[in-house]
Write a protein that binds this ligand. Structure first.
Ligand code: ADP
Length: 267
């Protein structure tokens, strides 16, 4: 009997090792594929603005003197805009690296969420002039523990996306409420919404919905960063579509601190 059992065990172990080998090979192939997709995507996102900068700067150097002042100004504006795009992209990549390596340690303290929404909206309205933003956050909402800098960045990314994908003249709504031990915050737009099959995938690194207009500058990093930041603060972020009309909803939920704050909550 023991011999038979030992034989069975040996066969089972062999099978497990075989499966593990296949798994290891599959994982290695998948890692290789991801690594090269990542490099292609990063190279593309770096090269596109760089090519525009080189083109505009080269034209200015060679023909600047003989061009009308307005053309010179346009070329310079291209250089500045594209350099800003590069800067944003590299900033996003750095944020991603910090999240992935676990070096993103939120500096959490108690905040009234309306203040941070206000700061993000002020920042957004400086550059997004084609949309109206309506904020509906009751002043009686409890305070919540979060990193104000990271949270403002999350809200800014969501407002920026809403403005990018929803038509000019439409309204972006931000509403907040508290229930069941959570503070919830929604950013709601009047755009095309998100195909149901992509609702979860849009948070993946470099993922963009296939039919997303490629003219819209984007890197597929914004939402990955939002999720990384929100999760680092102990919260969740999910996407859904509106049921009353077309449009996307991004819902953030943060746990409310317990009734008796600890000493370090009061800092
Ligand atoms: P990016 O906007 O740079 O492409 P994100 O990570 O911010 O990258 O978003 C990923 C994708 O999710 C976008 O390319 C777009 O297809 C989709 N998306 C994000 N926000 C919205 C929105 N408010 N409405 C419709 N689609 C959206």
């Amino acid at each position: 009997l023991f011999d038979a059992l030992a034989d069975q065990a040996a066969i089972a172990i062999e099978r497990i090792e075989l499966v593990a080998d296949v798994d290891r090979a599959r994982l290695a192939a998948e890692a290789d594929r991801l690594r090269s997709a990542l490099l292609t995507s990063i190279s593309h996102d770096l090269k596109t603005p760089l090519a525009a900068i080189m083109g505009a700067a080269g034209t200015l150097r060679d023909y600047g003197g003989s061009l009308p002042a307005s053309d010179q100004a346009d070329l310079l504006a291209t250089v500045v805009d594209e350099a800003e795009r590069l800067n944003r992209f590299i900033g996003n990549l750095l944020d991603m690296t910090r999240i992935e390596s676990g070096a993103m340690i939120p500096n959490a303290s108690l905040h009234y969420v309306g203040d941070i929404v206000g700061a993000a909206v002020r920042r957004a309205t400086k550059i997004l002039t084609n949309h109206s933003i309506v904020v509906d956050i009751p002043s009686a909402l409890p305070m919540v523990k979060l990193d104000a800098v990271l949270f403002e960045q999350v809200l800014f990314n969501l407002i920026d996306n809403a403005a990018k994908y929803a038509p000019p003249g439409s309204t972006i709504r931000i509403q907040g409420w508290a229930d069941g031990g959570f503070l919830s915050l929604e950013v709601i737009d009047e755009g095309p919404g998100i195909p149901p099959a992509d609702l979860e995938r849009i948070f993946d690194i470099f993922y963009r919905v296939a039919k997303t207009d490629r003219v819209l500058a984007g890197t597929g990093l914004g939402l990955t960063i939002c999720r990384g930041f929100v999760e680092a603060m102990g919260g969740t972020i999910t996407a859904m579509n509106r049921s009353d009309r077309s449009g996307a909803i991004f819902l953030i939920r943060l746990p409310l601190p317990s009734e008796t704050p600890e000493m370090d909550d009061l800092r």
